[in-house]
Design a protein around this ligand. Sequence first.
Ligand code: AHR
Length: 491
Amino acid sequence: MKNLRMIVNPNDRRSHINKEIYGNFSEHLGRCIYGGFYVGADSTIPNTDGIRNDVVEAFRKIKLPVLRWPGGCFADEYHWQDAVGDVSERKGVVNNWGHVADDNSFGTHEYMKLCELIGCEPYIAGNLGSGTVRELMDWIDYMTFDGRSPMAELRRKNGQDKAWKLKYLGIGNESWGCGGNMTPETYAEHYLRYNTFCRNYSGNELFRIACGPNADDYNWTEVCMKKIKPENMQGLSLHYYTVPTGNWEHKGSSTDFDEKEYYSTICGTMRIDEIITHHSEIMNRFDPRHKTGLIVDEWGCWYDVEPGTNPAFLYQLNTMRDAIVAAVNLDIFNRHSDRVIMANIAQAVNVLQSVILTEGEKMIVTPTYHVFDLYKEHQDGTLIYSHCTNDMISDHKIPAVSQTVSINDSGAMHITLSNCSLTEEYEINCGILDTKINSVSARILTGDAHDHNDFDKPEAVVIKPYDAETVHGGLKIKLPPCSVVAVEVNA
Ligand code: AHR
């Protein structure tokens, strides 16, 4: 076991950790919406207006703050009018993710109901790629206008009298790729035109999010900041996926990987720190007052699909490796919370680095879910200064320990720590300045990097109670290999 020293200074308050950093992304892709969130009111699976009760309850437990929908690439081929009104009369569509039929039984009303049940903010990604300005303008009117207009009347006819509140609005998705293959210059012009007609009705205030860069495309950020300007967008999105091998043709398996591939996954995911830093530097030049936040709209591990499943459905399992990836990413977002104001993992259910998996009436939560559970106390907390001496995992040049420390409004301190080493245990001697500790409680998630929950073993990986020792001036916390620990300290 190696000893590491950590220092926490509660007097050094850094930035607000927006709860939206703990958001999720959901798309009409594979079994995310149909089967994942939505089974229809006639299903034998317990549901509320067709929405699975078990999934809602699980998301309530981790205090899901925001859910992005309906895509992804699907957003730029989505025509909302086809998915409102009597379900039996709705026009279906062919979903390009696998060319499967979508009967549009899950549309705006069902999505708003889902957000209401979970208690999270809706975040709608508008169609700039194949839609029209009028279509998006009408959708906003339909959802948010409380007076009399053809769209508001249509909403009432379809069963929703009161206008909904819609805060987060994306204008286009991956417009550099599946959303239209545009240059940043072309996109910026389209954005400004669409944005003009995205109106604030009836006291609703839209928080407009422009399509941002793919990973390290710094030119995209530069052009958007220059041409769109901070006063015309409150958010700029960033997409970054972790591919273990770095090769999109052979990404690697979600469960069958060796030590080298494990560390290349962790190393690949840590790259997002440098990527956020460089995008932030560009944003700082154009927006020193931080009017525009960086929104990590899509992040997480992307593996080869589970053998025997539809390749277009992006279904993969989720191990303790994913838990470490989640912890490392959330720590990076927390550290950048002066600029990163929202992040949505891809995706919520049954797609990519899922938080939840379903199979018929069965539902399981993944190691990634447990990390969101361990980290939920950071939501809307204040990031405070912490530093750990750390240990570099020699062959891979990555730091073993990652951490976040925050304080909430009631003065409770939350420390989360992860150890990505597969072999080394660490004892962290954590000094906390100017704090007389009254009580401490801790929880841990740990296991072999390959451990995962499955439908026949739903509790192979679970959070367990843990001990953190109070010592003079702070705490002693042991971190076993491949573990994530959460500690609550009350002074
Ligand atoms: O999350 C899957 C896809 O990844 C999304 O549809 C797209 O935005 C991204 O390329």
